[in-house]
Design a protein around this ligand. Structure first.
Ligand code: NDP
Length: 449
């Protein structure tokens, strides 16, 4: 390291991507520091994927307890206690935050618990005024929930606050029709809240396969979740007794106890001093980077949600690893963005990898699809009228399976394994050669004719 610098690498943001980059760079022998203004672990660990998944598990007991009666269990009337689940989830988050801190500590990464600002291509200033210099700066500050600029928006909450609710609201309105909206619609519905999802367009989860998202909509409606489509927000009014009156264009005003904005996430780049030092930003304020995560200032790199490429934790982790291996490990590595599996932890969950049928038809022209629309065995005995749907999208010319899309119990668990086949570009006849593992739901993947 040049004597002019305090560190080889200074990472701003200790989320999944930043921690991975810091740890790997330190392992390659770099002197590394990280600044984190909130909590080590970032969105995924502190107020995203992890606590959300724990709430999904908690919520799903509502169905399991109901179904158990059909399997012979005498289940007394059960009461759900939100503070118990909330506090247990928050303690688990504290535990994981500690583990992330230990990882940094063990790898000799120095952590500054404060905000950092970039003041030059190699210069950082911490909130307490400390000035530091680094050979390379990595921006890994993630993204934050978008709050639309409408009158009364301050009365709404976002996914940041939802994990800390004092009490369980009776009426929950959720603005948006994407990942967060559908996941929390499922969670609150299972907790017996009255849930309405309000979206500006008439589509939910627009990037997923149409048949699969239609199935989620049907099942959600059947369960009692309400949907208002083509209903852009106009204003939010706080009423005297504390509830909210929501005004949407073309709709009657509706009351809710809580409104959650889940209308996308915007890169966290404000106040970092980026434009002042010449870092080019794109729409939404995302840091523009090349395939090696390098910004328009050669000593400044960015990874994860702040670059607004694919807002998923495993992608940020891969980018952090690739950055550290390339810049500090002498192993030039680029992230392969092809066939990234993804899932929505709704009730039931959705999962997909590769091209949707619509995308494949546009890109490949001639496409074959294989669909299995079935009622899982457990749902049959439970008297639960919920059908699963699996779809294989196959390139007609090559027989390659270019996409798999699923909705049904455990779909994300099953799809993670099936994604290997899509990534390996296996063909439909190779799926057919595999013997079914009976009786499972996943066997449908090798039985489609
Ligand atoms: P999404 O991008 O999934 O969905 C945004 C929704 O908000 C869409 O329904 C969109 O409508 C609507 N919308 C967008 N802009 C506006 C606006 N200005 N006013 C009103 N409505 C608007 O966003 P989320 O907030 O749900 O999640 C953010 C990201 O976080 C996701 O894209 C995903 O990458 C990640 N995430 C991943 C999860 C997972 O992997 N399971 C879970 C949670 C989040 P329309 O489509 O009609 O334009």
């Amino acid at each position: 390291m040049s004597e002019a610098y305090d560190y080889d690498l200074f990472v701003i943001g200790a989320g999944s991507g930043g921690v991975r980059a810091a740890r790997i760079a330190a392992g390659h022998g770099a002197k590394v520091a990280v600044a984190e203004e909130y909590r080590v672990g970032g969105t995924c660990v502190i107020r995203g994927c992890v606590p959300k998944k724990l709430l999904v598990y908690g919520a799903h007991f509502a169905e399991d307890l109901a179904d158990a009666r059909r399997f012979g269990w005498e289940v007394p009337d059960c009461r759900f206690d939100w503070p118990t689940l909330r506090d247990n989830v928050l303690s688990e988050v504290d535990r994981l935050e500690g583990i992330y801190g230990e990882i940094l500590d063990r790898n000799n990464v120095e952590v500054f618990d404060q905000r950092a600002k970039i003041t030059g291509p190699n210069d950082i200033e911490l909130a307490d005024g400390t000035k530091l210099r680094a050979g390379t700066i990595l921006i890994a500050t993630g993204a934050r929930p978008v709050i639309p600029e409408i009158e009364g928006a301050e009365h709404a909450i976002t996914s940041n606050e939802v994990f800390h609710l004092e009490t369980l609201p009776k009426r929950v309105a959720i603005a948006g029709g994407g990942y967060i909206a559908n996941e929390f619609a499922g969670i609150f519905h299972e907790f017996k809240c009255d849930v309405t999802l309000i979206n500006r367009s008439d589509k939910i989860l627009r990037h997923y396969d149409e048949a699969v998202r239609d199935r989620l909509l049907q099942i959600s409606l059947m369960k009692g979740i309400k949907f208002l489509f083509n209903a852009p927000f106009e204003r939010i009014e706080k009423q005297e007794e504390g509830s909210l009156l929501l005004h949407m264009k073309g709709q009657d005003p509706m009351e809710a106890d809580v409104l959650i904005f889940a209308v996308g996430r915007a890169p966290n780049t404000q106040g970092l001093g980026l434009q002042e030092v010449g870092v080019e930003l794109g729409k939404n304020g995302a840091v523009l980077v090349d395939e090696d995560n390098q910004s328009s200032v050669p000593s400044i790199y960015a990874i994860g949600d702040v670059t607004d490429r694919v807002q998923l934790t495993p992608v940020a982790i891969r980018e952090g690893q690739a950055f550290a291996d390339t810049v500090f490990g002498g192993k030039p590595t680029r992230v392969d963005y092809d066939s990234i599996p993804s899932a929505v932890f709704s009730h039931p969950p959705i999962a997909g990898v590769g091209m949707t049928e619509g995308e494949a038809r546009t890109k490949l022209g001639s496409v074959k699809t294989y669909v299995s629309d079935f009622r899982p065995m457990k749902n049959v005995l439970a008297g639960r009228n919920e059908r699963a749907l699996y779809k294989l999208v196959v390139d007609d010319a090559t027989e390659e399976v270019v996409g798999i899309h699923m909705i049904g119990p455990d779909a994300p668990e099953i799809l993670q394994a099936a994604a290997i086949a899509v990534k390996a570009r296996l063909k439909k006849p190779q799926f057919d050669e595999v013997l079914a593992l009976h009786p499972t739901m996943a066997e449908e993947l090798v039985l489609m004719k």
